[in-house]
Ligand binder design. Structure first.
Ligand SMILES: [Zn+2]
Length: 106
């Protein structure tokens, strides 16, 4: 069995919610991940920023599978921030009200 000394960081989250969403996703895939720094607020002085953010660690042996799930998770996140134009099908940021390509209402 892998111990704590062979863990790998697979994700640095911008919010604790992100970290827990991803932990659940990994857990459904049979990967046990641990969230560190969930309460960090960047108030830890001289610790580098990415070390003070919520992050997910998994066992060494789960690293590759976890990283591919992290990529899927990030890709879905990116897609969720876009709208498809009902007129021409072009992808637009969801903050747009008019399609950048055809000018139709979104
Ligand atoms: Zn359009």
């Amino acid at each position: 069995m892998a111990g704590a000394l062979s863990m790998r960081r697979v994700y640095v989250a911008t919010t604790p919610l992100d970290a827990y969403l991803l932990r659940d996703l990994l857990s459904h895939a049979g990967i046990e991940a641990q969230v560190f720094n969930e309460f960090a607020r960047g108030a830890l002085g001289d610790i580098p920023l990415d070390a003070a953010q919520p992050q997910l660690w998994v066992d060494d042996e789960d690293q590759q599978r976890a990283e591919s799930l992290v990529r899927e998770f990030s890709a879905r996140r990116a897609v969720a921030g876009t709208l498809s134009c009902p007129h021409c099908g072009e992808e637009n940021p969801d903050s747009f009200e008019l399609c950048w390509k055809c000018g139709g209402g979104l």
